[in-house]
Design a protein around this ligand. Sequence first.
Ligand code: HEM
Length: 153
Amino acid sequence: LNAEDIAEIKKTWAIPVATPTDSGAAILIRFFTKYPSNLEKFPFRDVPVAELNNSARFRAHCGRIIKTFDQSISQLEEEGGLQKIQEIWQGVAKSHVERHNIAKPSYFELREAIVEVLSEACNLNERQAEAWNKLLDIVYDIIFKKYDDLGAQ
Ligand code: HEM
């Protein structure tokens, strides 16, 4: 990521992070609507998609996803930030393999939902979409390397 990428990411991120739970909810509802099998992995699997927003457990998870991105984005220009970003996403990978039993294809499905919702919410131009895709490439690289280390699919 160059300085311009980081500036575009920070500028656009200010919009969804202002209402973190609602932004996370928009992403996850898109994810479950397009790829319903992912909902089966969650404790709120029996809640109909239209009622998810009333589930406290769902809302908690929405906030956590946004927080994970927010912690990473705030490290982008910090000394030792890449190391911290690596630790954050290796931790996500480890818990999702060992505790949540999530396979790699689900991340591609989630990525689609993230990019779509961000594009709409932030009205991303081409340059901004490129910066976000670069960040997601970095994050996904860390996750999938950890999956490989753990012998996970
Ligand atoms: C739990 C973040 C992708 C399913 C969590 C937690 C966090 C998190 C912070 C709670 C702490 C933990 O258990 O580690 C993320 C981020 C993702 C991601 C940042 C990628 C951008 C996914 C995907 C799935 C998934 C693709 C597939 C269905 C789950 C489940 C839980 C969980 C089932 C447990 C929820 C609960 O017990 O209420 N996630 N996650 N996550 N995640 Fe993810």
